[in-house]
Write a protein that binds this ligand. Structure first.
Ligand SMILES: [Zn+2]
Length: 342
């Protein structure tokens, strides 16, 4: 079995956000948990490079990119109501994009799956602005890089963060080469991601949204994947798969209202791996704000990606599929049956 890899650089801590909930403590907690685990700490660490301007510019307005650089050089400030830019945030944001691009290079060579532990997160960042703690859209930039530089024709992006990845959806809304699938709490920030948002033009049918009520448990998420996401993904037959891995669907998360346990992330990752069995899966950190839950959940993702056992005992059992969830899945199936056999 070829080896997998983790992308990480201590410089990701230099996006200084003070007492903001999206802080460097998040990746410190993850890396500490990985170092504690005898199997996880053996996984090779890939050192990221800084993305080139044109690699970020493929997904972002050059004026916006320059404005982030200027704000950082001027000592920092707020890019939007909840996204802070510190003096080093511009460089770190380039390193976050570069980290996921470096993961693309790795899985297209001989690395079997990658976990990219990067920050700032990316899935809310749109063409010309920062949103929701995100400066540049790491996954969207890397997907565009894979298409333009690696001759990849079918990219799957699965987004299980509790928030809808509006930025990623917008990047590929008219593009049939990228299938974007998201479960998210709704109504919730940022307000997008309704059932009927299915893509437009050539991209119609290549956006799959499953807005969910709060309180979805492990079984509910598995059910959504088994009934909706995995059948569609199998028909799409991706050559490369990204996961926008936001662990803020964990029951302990202070922002999200979902009930997933840490072990659920292993089950979700297994399902994603099943549609990309050759090892071209890149899980990229997005949200997740309870430090212990984030660290444990990211460990179980790594266990799945890199084939070592994990079992987190949280003393928290939840099972059964509520009608609120199955009704929403049925509604999404109805919408998507126009494009896919579901
Ligand atoms: Zn989130």
């Amino acid at each position: 079995m070829p080896a997998g890899a983790i992308v990480y650089d201590p410089a990701y801590r230099d996006h200084e956000t003070g007492d903001h909930i999206e802080s460097k403590s998040r990746i410190e907690a993850i890396m500490e948990r990985i170092r504690e685990d005898v199997r996880a700490r053996r996984v090779q660490i890939l050192e990221p490079f800084r993305a080139a301007l044109d690699q970020v510019g493929a997904n972002h307005d050059v004026q916006y990119i320059a404005s982030v650089r200027r704000l950082a050089e001027a000592g920092g400030g707020w890019l939007d109501l909840d996204t802070y830019c510190s003096p080093k945030s511009y460089e770190v944001s380039l390193l976050a994009v570069g980290g996921v691009i470096c993961a693309v290079d790795a899985v297209m060579a001989d690395v079997h799956n990658v976990m990219a532990i990067v920050r700032p997160p990316g899935h809310h960042a749109v063409w010309n602005k920062a949103m929701g703690f995100c400066i540049f859209n790491n996954v969207a930039c890397a997907a565009k890089y894979a298409i333009s530089s690696k001759e990849i024709e079918r990219v799957l992006i699965v987004d299980w963060d509790v928030h809808h990845g509006n930025g990623t959806q917008a990047s590929f809304y008219g593009d049939s080469r990228v299938l974007y699938m998201s479960t998210h709490q709704r109504p919730f920030y940022p307000g997008t991601g309704d059932f009927e948002e299915v893509g437009s033009g050539e991209g119609e049918g290549f956006t799959v949204n499953l807005p969910l009520p709060p309180g979805v448990n492990d079984d509910g998420f598995f059910y959504a994947y088994d009934r909706l996401f995995i059948p569609i993904a199998q028909q799409f037959d991706p050559e490369l798969t990204f996961v926008s891995a936001g662990q803020d669907i964990h029951y302990a998360d202070p922002i999200g209202g979902m009930l997933a346990t840490s072990n659920a992330f292993r089950g979700l990752t297994e399902r994603v791996k099943s549609v990309t069995p050759q090892g071209q899966v890149i899980a990229c950190l997005e949200g997740g704000y309870d430090l212990q839950a984030l660290a444990d959940s990211t460990l179980t993702i790594c266990g799945s990606l890199f084939d070592f056992p994990t079992q987190v005992d949280e003393g928290h059992v939840n099972s059964g599929i509520s009608k609120h969830v199955s009704d929403r899945v049925e509604r999404a199936i109805k919408v998507q049956s126009k494009y896919w056999e579901v």
